[in-house]
Design a protein around this ligand. Structure first.
Ligand SMILES: Nc1ncnc2c1ncn2[C@@H]1O[C@H](COP(=O)(O)OP(=O)(O)O)[C@@H](O)[C@H]1O
Ligand SMILES: [Mg+2]
Length: 152
């Protein structure tokens, strides 16, 4: 798996921005890793890459935040609270099949709803507080190309 080491919060946001600039209608990204690994921070970069002016906050309690004021709509989901089920009742397919970009934290709880093509990114903390390792698992040609570009 291709990996990148990011030595600061700003570098993680900058990477998210580069990826966000290349995203298209209907794209789905799934982010996993421990609490504090940087998933929401990375999503701030994705939003910047989509030219979304809003401040991105974790949707842990509401499950989904929608942002409509960028180049494409952004649906930012945090499925952590679906740990004990309930994902099937939320109509998430409508978001995944829609025109926007979906970014899902804790996607293991919505695995059955995911489309065929998506980009999974695994976030790992390191001994150094400021450093994160991101491992990329692209599914489909579009995401393979994006990963190639950002890891080149
Ligand atoms: N290289 C880095 N990348 C991302 N976040 C970092 C990095 N270094 C330190 N941090 C800090 O780690 C925390 C990550 O929190 P957050 O993005 O909310 O994680 P998660 O959504 O995975 O729970 C933030 O406080 C952020 O400032
Ligand atoms: Mg988060």
């Amino acid at each position: 798996m291709k990996e990148l080491t990011l030595t600061s919060r700003e570098k993680t946001i900058e990477l998210g921005k580069r990826i966000g600039e290349q995203l298209q209608s209907g794209d789905v990204l799934v982010l996993d890793g421990d609490l504090g690994a940087g998933k929401t921070t990375f999503t701030k970069g994705i939003a910047a890459g989509l030219a979304i002016p809003d401040i991105i906050k974790s949707p842990t309690f509401t499950i989904i935040h929608e942002y409509q004021d960028g180049r494409l709509p952004l649906y930012h989901m945090d499925a952590y609270r679906l740990e004990n089920g309930g994902a099937a009742d939320l109509g998430l397919e409508e978001y995944f099949d829609g025109d926007g970009v979906c970014v899902v934290e804790w996607a293991e709880f919505v695995a059955e709803e995911l489309p065929a093509d998506f980009l999974a990114i695994h976030f790992k903390r390191t001994a150094d507080d400021e450093t994160r390792i991101l491992a990329f698992e692209p599914h489909g040609a579009h995401f393979t190309q994006i990963v190639k570009d950002v890891t080149a």
